[in-house]
Design a protein around this ligand. Structure first.
Ligand code: GSH
Length: 213
C-alpha cells in the first residue's frame, strides 16, 4: 500500500495536491501526518526524505519527495495517465500552468499563507494583485461548459486547490467565472473532507494568522 507523508492539513498547501489527487481517484493509501509545529520536524522528516520536506510518497522501496513529482508518478503508475488531459496540446497547457504554480506566485505564498482555519481580509500589495490577476486569468479563460480547468478533474485542479482555499480565507474578490471555479474546488467532497480535518487540528505555527471566523 502507498504511504503519503503530509504536514498539517491546516497549513500544508504542498501536501494537499497529491492527497487530493489520490482521494479523487480513490487510490488507497496510508496517510502519515507530521506536525509542522514539531521542533523535531526536520529530524522526523529525514527518516522519510532527503529534502526533509512534505509531502513524501513511499511506494514499497521507492521514495518520491516533491508534490509535482509525486503527482506525475501517481498519474503514470496508478491512473494510466488520466491525471493529465488526453490531447497533447491541452496536456502541454495543463503542465504549463502547474509549472507556473509550482515555481512562482511568491507573493501569494508569503502574503496569503494557507490557513484553512483563518477568515480575514488581507492587505493587497501591487505585486500580490498582479499574481491574483494571473490566477484569475487562468481560472476565467478555461473552456466554456467545462467545470474543471482542462475538462475532467486532474492534476492542474489539484495544484490550484490550495489557492482556492487561500482566496476563500482572505476574501479575495474574483470575476464571476473565476469564482465559480473556486467554489467548485472548495465544494469538491475531498476538499470538504480536508478542510473539516484541518479545522479540527490544534497545532499552531503562525499564531498571528489564527483569526477565526
Ligand atoms: N517543492 C516542494 C515543497 C515542499 C515544502 O516546502 N513543504 C513544506 C511544508 S508545506 C515543508 O515541508 N516544510 C518543512 C521545512 O521546510 O522544514 C513540494 O512541492 O513538495
Amino acid at each position: 500500500m502507498l504511504t503519503l507523508v503530509i504536514g498539517n492539513k491546516n497549513y500544508s498547501s504542498w501536501s494537499l495536491r497529491p492527497w487530493l489527487l489520490l482521494r479523487h481517484f480513490d487510490i488507497p493509501f496510508n496517510e502519515r501526518l507530521e506536525s509542522l509545529a514539531n521542533p523535531m520536524l526536520n529530524e522526523r522528516l529525514a527518516a522519510y526524505s532527503p529534502s526533509q520536506k512534505v509531502p513524501v510518497l513511499i511506494d514499497k522501496t521507492l521514495t518520491i519527495w516533491d508534490s509535482m513529482a509525486i503527482c506525475e508518478y501517481i498519474c503514470e503508475t496508478y491512473l494510466a495517465n488520466r491525471g493529465w488531459p488526453q490531447q497533447k496540446e491541452r496536456r502541454a497547457q495543463a503542465r504549463s500552468v502547474c509549472a507556473e504554480m509550482h515555481a512562482g506566485f511568491t507573493h501569494i505564498r508569503h502574503q496569503l499563507p494557507m490557513n484553512c482555519r483563518a477568515q480575514k481580509n488581507a492587505h493587497i500589495s501591487h505585486q500580490l494583485q498582479r499574481e491574483i490577476d494571473r490566477i484569475e486569468d487562468i481560472w476565467t479563460n478555461r473552456e466554456i461548459d467545462e467545470p474543471w480547468l482542462f475538462g475532467e478533474f486532474g492534476i492542474a485542479d489539484c495544484f490550484f486547490a490550495p489557492v482556492a482555499m487561500r482566496f476563500f480565507s482572505y476574501n479575495i474578490p474574483l470575476t464571476a467565472r473565476a469564482q465559480q471555479y473556486c467554489d467548485s474546488l472548495l465544494a469538491h467532497p475531498q476538499m470538504v473532507a480536508w478542510t473539516e480535518a484541518a479545522r479540527e487540528e490544534k497545532d499552531t505555527i503562525i499564531a498571528v494568522d489564527e483569526v477565526f471566523a
